[in-house]
Design a protein around this ligand. Sequence first.
Ligand SMILES: [Zn+2]
Length: 277
Amino acid sequence: MTACEWQVQLVSGGRFLTDGGAMFGVVPKSLWSRTIDVDDQNRIQQDTCCLLVRGGGRVILVDTGYGGKLSEKQRAWMGAETGAPLLRSLARHGVAPTDVTDVVFSHLHYDHCGGASILPDESDVASPAFPNATHHVQALEWEIAHDDSPELKGAYPRENLTPLADVRWQFADGESDLWPGFRVVPSPGHTMGHQSIVISTERETIAYLGDLVPTSRHFPTLWCMAYDVHLLATRRSKLQLLGQAADHGWTVVLNHDPDRPTARVQRDQRKGFRIAE
Ligand SMILES: [Zn+2]
C-alpha cells in the first residue's frame, strides 16, 4: 500500500466540560480566559476529537473519547454526553464497531481510551467496543498504566483497562511506522508514554497531537496543562513536533479544542508557536 491512500476524517468521541485552570496550568486566568469562554464554575467546553482513518482495507481509529460507561453522577459532573458518543459518530460515517480493524491510542487516560469498551445492555461487565481490532499503544504507556504506582493513583481507572485485557495488542517501542505513511512518534510529557500520530495522505501530512497540544490555545510553548506529569518534557515535545509541523506545513489535530479541531502552525519569536495566518 502506498502512503497516499489514507482517508482521514474527524469523529467526535463526545464533548465535556473541564476546569479551565487545570487545562492551562501556570498560565494566569487573566490571560487564558481571554482566549476561550469560561462558565461560572470556571469550566471550559472541550471536545474529544478522534480520527477515523481508512485505506488499504483497514478501518483505523485514533483515540476513542470517554465512552459510555460513566455513571450518572460522573456524567453530570463533567457535562458529558449520554450514550456512547464515538459509536454514534462512527454510525454517521457508516462504520459499525465490528468493522474497525485497529485502534491507536495517543495515551491511556479515560478521555482517550474509555470509548474502547462498552457496557452492554443489562450487564455490569464491560467488554471491548471494537472486538475485531488490534489495539496499539506505546509499550511504555501500557506499563505505566498497569504498574499501580501510588503517585499516578486515579490516572488510569481500571474500568477502562480491564475490559481490554484480552483484545489483541501491538506495542510500539519508540518511533515506528505502523503502516506505510502512518507513523507513531513518542511525545512524552502529558504522560511519559504519550505518542503523536503522523499520517501522510495524498494532499497533506496530518499530525494528531493528542494531549501534547490539546487546543489551539496551547500553541505557545509555555502554555501547558496542569495534568502534565513532566512539564519540561511536554515543552521539549512541543518544540519538536510543532517545529516539524511549522517547517513542513503539516495540519495538526487539536483533539480537545471546542471550536478549532485542526490548524496550521507557524513559529512565533515571542510565544514559540501560533496559528498560521
Ligand atoms: Zn485528554
